[in-house]
Design a protein around this ligand. Structure first.
Ligand SMILES: [Zn+2]
Length: 325
């Protein structure tokens, strides 16, 4: 039974690798005319993961342990073709989960690149920013933060040349905008292993490393895990809480909520003005108002209003006219 499971996993990985390979070819076919420059760079670039067809066609059953991917209990697949195939809300069935980042006494965390943060996690103009940008020079060495297995290593739209590493605790780390990829999917690596060289590929203006941490596809602010000033972890463990995801990390949901709250606030302010005027005993005449309607709305009588304001019951009110209540 266990052997069957291993073989299944092997098949999954093999398919992923196949898709990964054909995906790379498809991407270059899809390039628009104005992407010529990019396409040329792409062809000239040797950073693609080269996969030998003989490897894929080999009948030999590889060492199954090698293919037991990290955190296989949490993730059902090890997809090497898609950046984010996982849906947190479908997969995360508990309120919180404690992740062991590094084991007691071991220090297997390494800063992927030591540099200053140029942009943090959150909304940036009109785009959600799911990672932390660290300034670097093209060609600077980028290493993996924790031990793990490379899940994704190829060019992908806005991320440019991108490497994603799956770690044993279920966390995935994403390294984007690289100029060169030096690992391939399925490769086991340890914290501090070189995964590529920093660059400016994809949706990037100026060389930098875009670093993301994701758990079941959900992005988490890396600054909640790494103390960038000290270049070390804030704690040996990290607790993923559904509440935190809803209140801090789910940027699109937060944006929608923020817009809704703004609309409420505006409506509230409008009502507040009316209430304020009423408290002060002054009513500002609006379209369609009559003395009778104003009296009714402010729990008084037409006679009282006439007396206080020197009006006659048949006086035609003007828009914006102030009436003492
Ligand atoms: Zn970024």
């Amino acid at each position: 039974m266990i052997r069957i499971k291993y073989i299944l996993i092997t098949v999954l990985i093999t398919f992923g690798v196949l898709f990964s390979y054909s995906g790379t070819l498809d991407d270059s076919k899809k390039l628009k005319p104005d992407d010529d420059k990019k396409a040329k760079t792409k062809r000239d670039d040797t950073s693609h993961v080269q996969i030998e067809t003989e490897d894929l066609l080999s009948d030999e059953v590889p060492d199954s342990l090698h293919f037991l991917f990290p955190s296989h209990d949490l993730y059902t697949t090890f997809d090497t073709s898609i950046v984010h195939p996982y849906n947190f809300y479908n997969e995360f069935k508990v309120d919180s989960a404690e992740l062991t980042l590094v084991k007691e006494g071991e220090n297997n965390f390494v800063m992927p690149f030591t540099g200053s943060i140029t942009s943090g996690f959150g909304w940036r103009r009109y785009r959600p920013h799911y990672g932390t940008d660290i300034g670097l020079k093209t060609g600077d060495i980028v290493v993996t933060a924790f031990d793990g297995m490379v899940r994704f290593a190829k060019y992908c739209g806005g991320y440019g040349y991108c490497v994603i590493v799956r770690h044993n605790n279920g966390l995935e780390s994403v390294y984007a905008h690289l100029s060169k990829i030096l690992v391939e999917p399925g490769q086991l690596i340890t914290a501090g292993s070189i995964i590529g060289l920093g660059g400016n590929t994809g949706h990037s203006f100026g060389s930098h490393l875009h670093l993301e941490f994701r758990y079941l596809g959900q992005s988490i602010d890396t600054e909640d895990i790494i103390d960038y000033t000290k270049g070390e972890l804030k704690s040996n463990t990290f607790i993923v809480r559904k509440n935190d995801v809803e209140s801090k990390y789910d940027l699109r949901a937060l944006h929608t909520r923020h817009r809704r709250d703004l609309a409420y606030a505006r409506r509230g302010a409008k009502n507040a003005k009316i209430t304020y005027a009423a408290v002060k005993g002054i009513y500002k005449v609006r379209k369609g108002d009559t003395l009778g309607a104003i009296a009714k709305r402010n729990h008084t009588t037409v006679n009282s209003l006439c007396k206080k304001n020197g009006l006659k019951p048949n006086t035609v009110l003007k828009l914006g006219q102030r009436v003492k209540i």
